[in-house]
Design a protein around this ligand. Structure first.
Ligand SMILES: Nc1ncnc2c1ncn2[C@@H]1O[C@H](COP(=O)(O)OP(=O)(O)OP(=O)(O)O)[C@@H](O)[C@H]1O
Ligand SMILES: Nc1nc2c(ncn2[C@@H]2O[C@H](COP(=O)(O)O)[C@@H](O)[C@H]2O)c(=O)[nH]1
Length: 429
């Protein structure tokens, strides 16, 4: 038996407040989770238009604007919503492009939080919600490479990127340090002012950041997601503090620490590179000692590589990434894409979402199923692992592209075995 619809569009509270800059009629959605009501809808501030969120606690009344983290979706005229696990709301945007129709809004409900919302609630001391774009299919785990300055991380990463340009994408960090000769903005780093970066950190735009050798460095969420969205495996070159933060985040990654064969050799390489002043070299060497000690921390790094002979170290890196025999494969099969039409209805059945296309009056037989049982990640990045199944990918009028010969679609048969409640769709425009 299917669950009752998560909410209905008519469920607007009697005291639905005017005065919000949320568009009315259809552009908004109201979701009740326990004692809270979430009003989710579009605003139109010119180029800055995004979906906004207001929260009301039924016990205290009144509406608050929560701290909103993550990349906010652009408004849509048709928004459907389904509550998942009470710690997040699944948002479906009708009439949106395939890469923009599924979103998750992570919330706080009673004792239930996603780790990110929990951490940020403590940090901000406010009501916090966090957006995370839903992505069909999975992405290969990003690779975090750490190690003391001058050990050869950049050299190893460049070799990987050169040999496997379609497989890997580099996470271009932000830094407040000055560019070196031949370093290009946007390629080697996003060079930025400290005040700007600090503000972006406060806005929750960074997956991790750290003060390293007297400058601020950080990995923006956007940079990592842009690489993953391009179907590439992201490589992060970050210090040990950053690795620790990523380990604590929702980003599942492989963590590699690169060691020098000796401290003397590290110093030799740093000096030979000729990019730092004597004072900076001393600072980096001092920090290297601490980093080498921390590399031993239980559970932080999955692999430790000694970069003595470069070729040998590079071969070991490729081996642990299962690339030793590899020839780069371009255009691996991509996950199915779906255009969610403007008129659709949504029902929740366990961890599956059934979407029927068409209006209530002119119901269409076009349906597809979203399986949310293997979700991974979440704010501050993407929520991955959505699976789509469609009844008839070629003839049903939904623009669904499915790889393979169609056999994968046998799961769709299961749809007919579910009993969907008669109450109609959970929301319809
Ligand atoms: N195995 C190696 N043997 C000898 N020299 C090496 C080896 N690996 C790298 N190098 C050299 O050591 C210097 C430092 O390397 P690289 O810039 O890649 O270090 P890094 O770890 O990325 O440093 P940073 O953290 O400061 O960016 C470079 O001049 C590079 O050519
Ligand atoms: N925590 C982070 N550390 C970073 C990031 N980008 C680079 N780094 C580390 O900084 C040092 C110095 O780099 P350099 O280019 O000035 O030599 C090095 O250990 C890098 O790994 C980041 O985004 N976050």
């Amino acid at each position: 038996m299917g669950e009752a619809p998560a909410f209905v569009a008519d469920d607007l509270p009697g005291d639905y407040p005017n005065g919000f800059d949320l568009k009315s009629e259809g552009h908004n959605t109201v979701v009740n989770v326990g004692n809270k009501t979430y009003l989710i809808g579009g605003t139109d501030h010119g180029s800055k238009s995004t979906i906004e969120v207001r929260v009301s606690d039924k016990r205290t009344g009144g509406w608050v604007t929560p701290t909103v983290l993550g990349t906010r979706p652009k408004p849509s005229e048709v928004i459907s919503a389904v509550i998942l696990n009470e710690d997040r709301i699944f948002i479906l945007k009708g009439d949106s492009s395939p890469d923009d129709c599924f979103w998750f809004l992570e919330i706080h409900h009673e004792q239930v939080d996603t780790p990110f919302v929990q951490e940020k609630r403590k940090e901000f001391g406010t009501e916090v919600v966090a957006w995370s774009k839903g992505v069909v299919g999975d992405a290969k785990k990003p690779i975090v490479i750490s190690g003391p300055s001058g050990v050869g991380k950049g050299t190893l990463i460049s070799a990987l990127m050169k040999e496997f340009p379609s497989t890997f994408g580099f996470s271009v960090s932000h830094t407040t340090r000055a560019p070196r000769k031949r370093e290009q903005n946007g390629v080697h780093y996003h060079f930025t002012e400290r005040s700007v970066m600090e503000e972006e950190i406060r806005d929750g735009k960074f997956l991790e950041f750290a003060e390293v050798h007297g400058n601020l460095y950080g990995t923006s969420i956007e940079v990592v997601e842009v690489v993953a969205d391009a179907g590439k495996r992201c490589i992060l070159d970050i210090d040990v503090q950053g690795a620790r933060s990523v380990r604590a985040s929702s980003l599942e990654a492989i963590f590699i620490f690169v060691c020098p064969p000796s401290f003397e050799e590290l110093e030799k390489r740093l000096r030979a590179r000729g990019t730092e002043t004597e004072q900076q070299i001393q600072k980096r060497l001092q920090n290297a000692k601490a980093e080498l000690e921390q590399a031993e921390s239980q559970g932080l790094f999955d692999h430790i590589l000694v970069n003595d002979d470069l070729e040998t170290c590079y071969a070991s890196l490729k081996k642990l990434l299962d690339l030793d025999e590899a020839v780069e494969i371009i255009n691996e099969s991509s996950p199915p894409l779906v255009d969610l039409p403007r008129d659709h209805s949504v029902s929740k059945i366990d961890k599956k979402i059934l979407i029927s296309c068409g209006t209530r009056e002119r119901a269409s037989k076009n349906i597809f199923l979203l399986d949310l049982s293997s979700l991974k990640g979440g704010a501050p990045g993407r929520t991955r692992g959505l699976d789509i199944y469609t009844s008839d990918s070629m003839t049903n009028g939904i623009n669904v592209a499915v790889e393979g010969d169609g056999e994968d679609l046998h799961e769709v048969e299961v749809i007919q075995e579910y009993e969907i409640e008669d109450e109609g769709p959970s929301i319809m425009k």
